[in-house]
Each structure stands twice: as structure tokens, then as C-alpha cells.
Design a protein around this ligand. Structure first.
Ligand SMILES: C[S@@+](CC[C@H](N)C(=O)[O-])C[C@H]1O[C@@H](n2cnc3c(N)ncnc32)[C@H](O)[C@@H]1O
Length: 267
């Protein structure tokens, strides 16, 4: 199958998941409407005061994080290829009276639709695993940053994607160019749905992520690993501390999230 066919499968996957996510309360819709931020402590600490900054948020889903950034005073642009998600993001921003721009396109096509440069590119939780070519992604990110601008990437750790869904055994390669084609019942945000959803993903190891950023001309500033996830989106996740989820039966703590920042030095 070609990348275009993979993207088509994933676009359908995310259109359906968006519908499921809007029907469940996993994304705390009402609290968000009332002003709660959807950003978690890890990225809030890294981002700091974003007032007046221009931020490109790649793979923004239905826009909660983009809108949260805008509520903090950033000029935020969200990109996602799910038309259902972008429709909802625009509707939500309108409803809340928040100024945020949303562009519906594949990440790899974003440069043909967005001409400006940004202070920051923000990418988080469950994003780069949908992208087949990380070198091209890193070049794209670098292209969107102004000199001195910064990539903030907060992602689930590639180590957790080596486990089976039940976290009982190691099943997948830590880093592989081969696509992983799966069928899942429902979504993390609404597991009750019955119709299976097909998806195609890729496991990008940490070394590969760092290397791609460096090759694209970004200078690594920080790389942190966290032994918890702020999202309870894995089976057997228990809240070990408020807002910090770990896998119940895995006794030695494993890395569950990493956060990378990298700066663009020059054109
Ligand atoms: C897990 S969600 C990201 C969640 C994100 N942390 C947030 O702000 O809610 C993954 C998103 O990536 C989008 N996506 C996947 N592949 C994409 C691609 N090639 N181009 C653009 N968006 C893509 C999906 O539509 C989906 O909304």
C-alpha cells in the first residue's frame, strides 16, 4: 500500500474517532467550555508564558489544546487532516469566542497552505506515530520555525508501543520503518463503540526522533523522560498520583512519556 492509502485509512479512523470523542466525556468537554485548560503539567511547564507568541500546533485533533494556547494569549494555528475534527475545532473556538485558526490538511502538505513562520511548533501525545517519514516531518517543522524558534514535542514514549495492548508481553519493534496495521474496537476516548476501526501507525524510537531533529538543523535543548502518563489511555492504567497514570502490574517503572525541545538556530 502507498502512503496515500495509509493516510486515507487514518483519516477515516480519525473522523470516526472524533465522533466517538465528542460523544464521551473523556475530553472533559464541559469543564473545558468553562475554562479548564486541556494542556497537562508537563507541557505547561515547558511552554511557560506563551503570551504574544505565534504557535503552530500540528495534529491538533478537535482543537482543545490549540484553543488552550490561544486562551493563554498565543496566536495559535492548529493543523489536522480530519475534516470532522477541524469542523468541530472551528465550531468550538467560535462558541467560546476564542481567536484560533484551524487548517484542515495533511501535516506533510501544511507548508503549501501556511506561509508564515512561528515562534514555536507544538506537537503532543499520540501524534508522530501516525507519520511514516520522520525526516520529512522534522524538515517541515524546521521550515515553519523562525530563527530562534522552538519545537516542543511531548509524546508517548516509544518503549510503551513495544507492548501488546494488555501490557503483558513485548510484541512490536521499538523502531521500525514498517507500518503497523491494526483494527481496534472503539477508541481510547470511547472504548464502548462496537465497530472496529482500522489504523496504520509507525514506531519511532527516541534516537530516531532526536537524529531527525538534528539532521533538520534543529539544536537539541532538552530531552526528558517521565515514568507516568497524564492520560489514562492505556489498559491497566491506575492513577498513582493525581493526574499521573502508570500501568498497574508493571513494577519497575517504565518511561511512558518524553518531552523534547529543540531550537532552530538559523535559516
Ligand atoms: C491523538 S490525536 C492528537 C491529540 C493531540 N494531543 C490533541 O491536541 O488532542 C492525533 C491526531 O493526529 C491527526 N493526524 C494523524 N495523521 C495525520 C496527518 N498525516 N496529517 C494531519 N493530521 C494527522 C489525527 O486526525 C488526530 O486528530
Amino acid at each position: 500500500m502507498s502512503n496515500e492509502e495509509y493516510f486515507q485509512i487514518n483519516r477515516e479512523n480519525w473522523n470516526r474517532r472524533t465522533e466517538l470523542h465528542l460523544q464521551s466525556d473523556w475530553y472533559r468537554h464541559e469543564a473545558f467550555r468553562q475554562g479548564e485548560t486541556s494542556l497537562k503539567e508537563i507541557e505547561l511547564e515547558i511552554l511557560g508564558d506563551v503570551g504574544g507568541q505565534s504557535i503552530l500546533h500540528l495534529q491538533c485533533h478537535f482543537g482543545q489544546d490549540t484553543i488552550s494556547l490561544a486562551r493563554m494569549g498565543a496566536r495559535a494555528v492548529g493543523v489536522d487532516f480530519s475534516d470532522r475534527a477541524i469542523d468541530e475545532a472551528r465550531r468550538l473556538a467560535d462558541e467560546l469566542g476564542v481567536e484560533a485558526r484551524f487548517v484542515c490538511c495533511n501535516v506533510y502538505d501544511a507548508a503549501s497552505l501556511i506561509s508564515e513562520r512561528f515562534d514555536r511548533v507544538f506537537v503532543s501525545y499520540g501524534a508522530i506515530g501516525w507519520l511514516p517519514d520522520l525526516q520529512a516531518w522534522a524538515r517541515l517543522v524546521a521550515g515553519f520555525l523562525r530563527p530562534g524558534g522552538q519545537l516542543v514535542l511531548v509524546e508517548f514514549h516509544p518503549f510503551i508501543w513495544t507492548f501488546d495492548d494488555d501490557f503483558r508481553e513485548l510484541r512490536y519493534d521499538y523502531c521500525s520503518a514498517a507500518p503497523i496495521i491494526e483494527e481496534q474496537q472503539g477508541s481510547y476516548g470511547n472504548p464502548t463503540a462496537t465497530a472496529p476501526i482500522r489504523s496504520v501507525g509507525w514506531n519511532h524510537g527516541l534516537g530516531k526522533v532526536v537524529s531527525c531533529a538534528l539532521e533538520a538543523g534543529l539544536q537539541l535543548q532538552s530531552l526528558q523522560e517521565f515514568d507516568y502518563s497524564p492520560y489514562a489511555c492505556f489498559s491497566h492504567a491506575v492513577e498513582a498520583q493525581p493526574g499521573r497514570f502508570r500501568i498497574e502490574h508493571i513494577a519497575p517503572r517504565i518511561p511512558m512519556v518524553y518531552a523534547l525541545t529543540a531550537r532552530k538556530l538559523a535559516e
